[in-house]
Design a protein around this ligand. Structure first.
Ligand code: NAI
Ligand code: MG
Length: 520
């Protein structure tokens, strides 16, 4: 869906929203608040906003300016305990939540989606203010997609069917898909509202209760959504939302004995820590981690589309996408032309104030991320890759990085192996189909991949050969709610979105009854 929305926008064809968020598209041009009022800065536990137990706070920065824009409650282990207790009470047998009709749970998700739609302009402004992504992306991609995801999950609660089993003997047996219990959900900063909705959706649809930790860089839209959760009428304790740091607040959620499952999106490094902690208590995990996704461009592609989509695949969201197409493999025959056209496109990329309508690229999320990107650019230069455009910080205010393109990149360069998470494109040359499949798969990651070709046979052969959870053909970043998303190898465990996400929020129970009366 991002591709549908964004690429049309990029080539000035306008954009259309997917059907589930269609009503959002009918709104008039929004009045943009460039400094939105930050209304909620406390922890959301039991449907109330509360200070952290030790009253400590942390600063939230606007990455476009470096200015402090809020002081947000810093959730501690004690606060996690309190939130888990609230989630446990909400989940106890006989509670309002456990007795609620499944369709009524769905109705709450519809209501939450409607409230986000009502406040779309404000939430989009808050997302841009806090994350730095262009307002037109927040408004046209992040908010509509979040709404679409909630509406998708709203249809699920009364469709979580079990089965009647053809069991032997005088027995009647059936399965039930029961909620796994209290879940802990930890999200990062690159898509704060979207990833919050990816987590809330399956948790509510399956009847779980949850404690969510927002990222310490970007807690503002999540805390505002907390207010909408109370307004929608969710019973207290069903969704608790904390702001706080990773190791203490996030770690306390992971280690809490009453948390049955952890869903995490973030770095592979932290995913491994969480997986190891969870394994000690045989907790279930869903891990959506890093990537170094190959984007394969064959000579028989539509070159206009391939250049534009490859640009989008890498540069969308300031390059801060786990599935960014960050190894662009181009067939030898069109390599020079592709490189030249990609450089021209990149030179046109407009970097600047994320609230300006013409801006395509805002700042990176933090000084730390900017430094990581600049360091990797430096390593590319030193390793002998050819820097064709960009390569530097933009100005000295905020955390902006020039859109950057390297060609003549080798598979063993750090910039071809490590996740850069920034606006830095790597172009590599290949000759044959077998060769490029092997090289594309030569990575610890396996999140996404793409193929550009007009040859259907080739598209299928290459798609089947790629070891990645999502493969896009002649497109990129299609994120419809019905499509599963997740990684092979060290890109993660399990799937998010779609019906595939639901199994990891349920336990299957088999009930077997003895039948004493028989039809003769
Ligand atoms: P991170 O993985 O440290 O942070 C993601 C989330 O995990 C945050 O909410 C953080 O507070 C939490 N966290 C951190 N340590 C934790 C711990 N020990 N226990 C529980 N929760 C913990 O990612 P970070 O440091 O912001 O970025 C580092 C790199 O990770 C980026 O440069 C990028 O390569 C990758 N990344 C990948 C993302 C994705 O979408 N898969 C999103 C963000 C970052
Ligand atoms: Mg970290």
């Amino acid at each position: 869906m991002f591709s549908k929305l964004l690429c049309r926008q990029v080539v000035n064809h306008g954009f259309r929203l997917t059907t589930r968020a269609a009503s959002a598209s009918t709104q008039k041009k929004p009045v943009v608040e460039r400094k939105p009022d930050v209304k909620y800065q406390k922890l959301f536990i039991n449907n109330e906003f509360v200070d952290s137990s030790n009253r400590s706070t942390f600063e939230v920065i606007n990455p476009a300016t470096g200015d402090v824009i809020a002081e947000v409650a810093d959730g501690s282990e004690k606060d996690v305990d309190k939130a888990v207790k609230a989630a446990k009470d909400a989940f106890r047998l006989g509670s309002e939540w456990r007795r609620m009709d499944p369709a009524a749970r769905g109705a709450l998700l519809y209501k939450l989606a409607d409230l986000i739609e009502r406040d779309r302009a404000y939430i989009a402004a808050l997302e841009t203010y806090n994350n730095g992504k262009p307002f037109k992306d927040s408004y046209n991609v992040d908010i509509p997609h979040s709404i679409a995801v909630l509406r998708y999950y709203a249809g699920w609660p009364d469709k979580m069917n079990g089965k009647v089993l053809p069991i032997s003997g005088d027995f009647f047996a059936y399965t039930r898909r029961e909620p796994i219990g209290i879940v802990g959900q930890i999200i990062p900063w690159n898509f704060p509202l979207i990833l919050l909705c990816w987590k809330i959706g399956p948790s509510v649809a399956t009847g779980c209760t949850t404690v969510i930790k927002l990222d310490e860089h970007t807690p503002l839209t999540g805390l505002y959504t907390a207010k909408l959760i109370a307004e929608a009428g969710f019973p207290p304790g069903v969704i608790n939302i904390l702001s706080g740091d990773g190791p203490h607040c996030g770690g306390s959620i992971v280690r809490h004995p009453d948390v049955a499952k952890v869903a995490f999106t973030g770095s592979t490094q932290v995913g491994k820590i969480i997986g190891a902690e969870a394994a000690k208590m045989v907790k279930r995990t869903t891990l959506e981690l890093g990537g170094k996704s190959p984007n394969i461009v064959f000579a028989d592609c539509d070159l206009d589309t391939a250049v534009e989509m490859s640009h989008f695949a890498l540069f969308f969201n300031q390059g801060q996408c786990c599935c960014a197409g960050s190894r662009t493999y181009v067939e030898e025959k069109i390599y020079d032309e592709f490189v030249q056209r990609s450089v021209e496109r990149t030179k046109q990329r407009k970097v600047g104030d994320p609230f300006d309508e013409s801006t395509e690229q805002g700042p990176q999320i933090s000084h730390e991320q900017m430094d990581k990107i600049l360091d990797l650019i430096d390593s590319g230069k030193r390793a002998g890759a050819k820097l064709l455009v960009g390569g530097e910080r933009v100005g000295d205010k905020g955390f902006f990085v020039q859109p950057t393109v390297f060609c003549d990149v080798n598979d063993d360069h750090r910039i071809a192996r490590e996740e850069i998470f920034g606006p830095v494109m790597q172009i590599l040359k290949f000759k044959t189909t077998d060769e490029v499949i092997e090289r594309a798969n030569d990575t610890d990651y396996g999140l996404a991949a793409s193929v550009f070709t007009k040859d259907l046979d080739k598209a299928i052969v290459v798609s089947n050969g790629l070891r990645a959870g999502s493969v896009w053909v002649n497109t990129y970043d299609n994120f419809d709610p019905v499509a599963p998303f997740g990684g092979f190898k060290q890109s993660g465990l399990g799937r998010e979105k779609s019906e595939y996400s639901l199994d990891s929020y349920t336990e299957t129970k088999c009930v077997t009854m003895k039948i004493s009366q028989r039809n003769s």
